[in-house]
Design a protein around this ligand. Structure first.
Ligand code: PEP
Ligand code: MG
Length: 313
């Protein structure tokens, strides 16, 4: 794509045969949400709330949390826009002083994300109160999802707590068990969002921060794509949204294959939106399906990329 073509792409993303794919932004706080609201996006697909608290020693009060979340929601109150708020993903690569357990042998496999709520239930309840108050105050369409969900029981308990507050409930699919049980997860939640960064880490048993393992921590790995395809197919059967919010969503070539698997939204850094949108607007769903097949059948990530690139001509 030429620079000019990218700059002139204003969304929404629609394939040449008219299938609409929602493009959303990943944000960290009020200022990043306001910047994102100027990109051609239809909402926020991942608000990483833990990033608001990296420098906090003590847990903010419900009122203070409501104010912080409200700054993000305020940027996306427009009609047909929505914000997916992720509850605290503390632990492992994102230690939070008031939430993270100390001295775990293996923090990536430890008490992180939603698992902290079992350890400290009040923490999740207070965060959900803060999110609900912000949703009420701003009027923004607010969905809430939990990170690091591994079992259907965890998803069900979380969804009940979110729905009690009148909000839509979902989970991230970033533990392989959640992808394998996507049909059953969708019986208890309203939507799924695939976190390809962690899903890749856990499927390939390769630390996402280890640069020596970059050939394994690649979302084009056929095993990872198969978990994504399984999850997307479950979403189509249940007729519920299944998005991708990990780095994979920002790769225009991979985006084509993801849409071919049945993914309904892609959430990414705002800087990536135009390239992904322009690419999707240039292909048919038939091409997307062929791209999905080719990527899934490829021997390795490089072969997958080559095959999809060849299909796009
Ligand atoms: C992911 O794991 O893909 C994800 C989107 O969450 P994070 O990068 O914050 O762990
Ligand atoms: Mg993650």
């Amino acid at each position: 794509e030429s620079r000019a073509a990218l700059d002139s792409w204003t969304g929404p993303a629609t394939t040449t045969d008219g299938v609409h794919v929602k493009l959303l932004a990943n944000v960290a706080d009020g200022p990043s949400a306001r910047t994102a609201s100027e990109a051609p996006v239809e909402g926020v697909g991942l608000f990483r709330t833990e990033l608001c608290f990296l420098d906090r020693r003590d847990e903010p009060s419900v009122d203070e949390q409501a104010k912080i979340y409200g700054e993000v929601l305020d940027a996306f109150t427009g009609e047909d826009r929505y914000v997916v708020v992720r509850t605290l993903d503390a632990g492992s690569d994102k230690p939070i002083a008031f939430a993270t357990l100390e001295d775990e042998e293996n923090p990536a496999l430890g008490v992180r994300g939603l698992r902290l709520a079992v350890h400290n239930p009040g923490l999740l309840q207070r965060q959900l109160d803060g999110i609900a108050a912000a949703a009420q105050a701003t009027g923004a369409e607010t969905w809430v999802m939990a990170p690091m969900v591994a079992t259907v029981a965890e998803a069900g308990d979380f969804a009940a707590a979110v729905r009690e507050r009148g909000l839509k409930a979902g989970i991230m699919v970033e533990v392989p068990s959640a992808a394998l049980l996507a049909d059953r997860m969708l019986e208890v939640v309203d939507f799924l969002s695939i976190g390809t960064n962690d899903l890749t880490q856990y499927a390939m048993a390769a630390d996402r921060l280890a640069s020596d393992l970059a050939h394994l921590t690649d979302p084009w790995q056929p095993a990872v794509l198969q978990l994504i395809a399984t999850t997307a197919a479950a979403g189509q059967r249940a007729d519920k949204p299944v998005g991708v919010c990990g780095e994979a969503a920002a790769d225009p070539l991979l985006a084509v294959a993801l849409v071919g698997m049945g993914i309904t939204s892609l959430s990414m850094a705002p800087a990536a939106v135009r390239a992904v949108g322009a690419q999707l607007s240039a292909v048919s769903t038939e091409t997307c399906r062929k791209a999905a097949e080719a990527a899934l059948a490829a021997a390795d990530p490089m072969a997958g990329r080559d095959a999809v690139r060849a299909l796009l001509g």
